[in-house]
Write a protein that binds this ligand. Structure first.
Ligand code: ZN
Length: 240
């Protein structure tokens, strides 16, 4: 699944299904606004407890279709031992040069899983490298304008949330496309929750972030920059 068409918003994450867990509803909401979205998974899931890398690829492509993304691809960085080194940065930078996104969504920079927080700094540095004209890499230099951090995995206060209310059911379906991970099966039952629990968790988490902003369901993000405002009369979210 390769394309040379420039896309608007690129979500980068360590593992197949991370994007579905943290910002799938946002990708749906942005696609509905007319933006082209894409997903870059840094690993292929060869170290997962359940399912083979091939099964996860088929599931990832099914999920990408449900999320109405223009493009999805996976790099072959080591699952479970993701490392921020030059080789990895160049592989990601090459994809950024090819897809030329204006917005990049990365995982939040702290977390339980080392792959997740490593993907955050690795992704940031790859965005920087992609814009260097003297870098020994094919393609025209390109640096994304905006880098956002999907913070749903992290227990931090978001800078903003995206209203995903019309897309919550589709977002759940994208997550459930990972049958090898979420189907009710005997392998590793201590680690994995059955389908009903995934539905409840998905809706409860989205409801929590929705409540923070006075909408039904939402996904949280952190941006490092301050927000710039011109018209105080059109600031959303009621204070009292
Ligand atoms: Zn993950």
């Amino acid at each position: 699944m390769h394309t040379s068409t420039a896309i608007d918003i690129l979500a980068i994450a360590a593992h197949r299904d991370d994007v579905e867990q943290t910002c799938g509803g946002t990708l749906l909401a942005q696609q509905a606004l007319g933006w082209k979205t894409a997903i870059l998974d840094l690993t292929k899931g060869e170290s997962g407890t359940r399912g083979t890398a091939e099964e996860r690829e088929a599931e990832a492509l099914a999920a990408a279709t449900i999320l109405r993304t223009t493009h999805r691809e996976a790099l072959d960085l080591p699952d479970g031992s993701l490392t921020n080194n030059l080789t990895s940065r160049l592989k990601i930078a090459a994809v950024i040069r090819r897809l030329r996104p204006r917005v990049v969504i990365l995982p939040y920079w702290q977390g339980r899983h080392p792959d997740h927080y490593t993907a955050s700094t690795l992704g940031y540095e790859a965005c920087f490298a992609a814009g260097l004209s003297k870098l020994d890499l094919p393609g025209e230099p390109h640096r994304p304008y905006k880098i956002l951090y999907a913070s749903l995995y992290a227990d931090v206060r978001p800078t903003f949330v995206v209203d995903i209310t019309p897309h919550i059911e589709t977002r759940l379906q994208a997550l459930l496309a990972y049958r090898s991970q979420y189907g009710t099966q005997p392998t590793g039952t201590g680690l994995f929750v059955p389908e009903e629990d995934i539905r409840e968790r998905t809706f409860a988490t989205a409801r929590h972030y929705g409540l923070l902003a006075g909408v039904r369901y939402a996904e949280p993000f952190v941006q490092k920059e301050v927000a710039l405002v011109q018209d105080l009369m059109h600031l959303p979210v009621a204070s009292i």
